[in-house]
Ligand binder design. Structure first.
Ligand code: ATP
Length: 197
């Protein structure tokens, strides 16, 4: 199965674009959503996180995300340990999911596709790109966040140049959703060509 990653900075529109691929019949794996689900359901993740952080990291069987975020906020070593528990479990889950698909190719949507290194297991990558000012405005409108909150979240991710350097395809999303359609169609056709060759 030909596997393509789709990523982009916060507010770039990667989820919007991934949904458009889905409408073209491409199965999409939303890695961040799946990771969230797995942290609540996967016994190995639960056990490992409790061992690393303590019983209080789960509340009524659900991961206490606020507590976890506060612990890893200023502790890079702990963050890496948490990632080393969650990322392999998501990678396995993705593998199982891929095995059940029958399309020409599949998409994996992830905010930290490059940062996590998970792009290395894929055949190609798409970066959805938009200027920082546009992205900040979109997220402020979508989430009701302040500019500072959005900029803080952006500071934890790679910058646009780093993402573009690893992109096989770039979809520009600075203007209207209508202008996305043609780009998505072109990328879709090219991926099918590659997947079949
Ligand atoms: P995040 O990383 O925060 O999850 P994202 O990259 O997945 O963001 P989306 O959620 O797809 O981005 O888009 C952010 C917001 O901007 C959404 O409210 C979406 O509807 C809107 N949006 C995306 N593209 C456009 C566009 N071309 N024109 C207007 N609004 C857009």
């Amino acid at each position: 199965m030909y596997k393509v990653g789709i990523t982009g900075g916060i507010g770039s529109g990667k989820t919007t674009v991934a949904k458009a691929f889905k409408e073209l019949g491409v199965p999409v794996y939303y890695a961040d959503d799946e990771a969230k689900k797995l942290t609540n359901t996967n016994a190995e993740i639960k056990e490992a996180l409790i061992e690393l952080i303590g019983e209080e990291v789960y509340e009524g069987g659900l991961l206490n995300r606020k507590l976890l975020a506060s612990k890893i906020f200023s502790d890079k070593v702990l963050l890496e340990k948490v990632n080393a528990i969650i990322h392999p479990a998501v990678a396995n889950h993705f593998k199982e999911w891929v095995a059940n698909q029958t399309s020409a190719y599949v998409l994996k949507e992830a905010a930290i596709l490059f940062e996590s290194g998970s792009y290395k297991q894929l055949d190609a990558t798409i970066v959805v790109s938009a200027d920082e000012g546009v992205r900040v405005k979109r997220v402020m409108e979508r989430d009701g966040s302040t500019k500072e909150e959005v900029l803080n979240r952006m500071a934890n991710q790679w910058n646009e140049d780093q993402r573009l350097a690893l992109a096989d395809y770039v979809i520009k999303n600075n203007t209207t959703k209508e202008l996305l359609v043609k780009q998505i169609q072109q990328v879709h056709e090219d991926i099918i060509r590659r997947a079949n060759s």
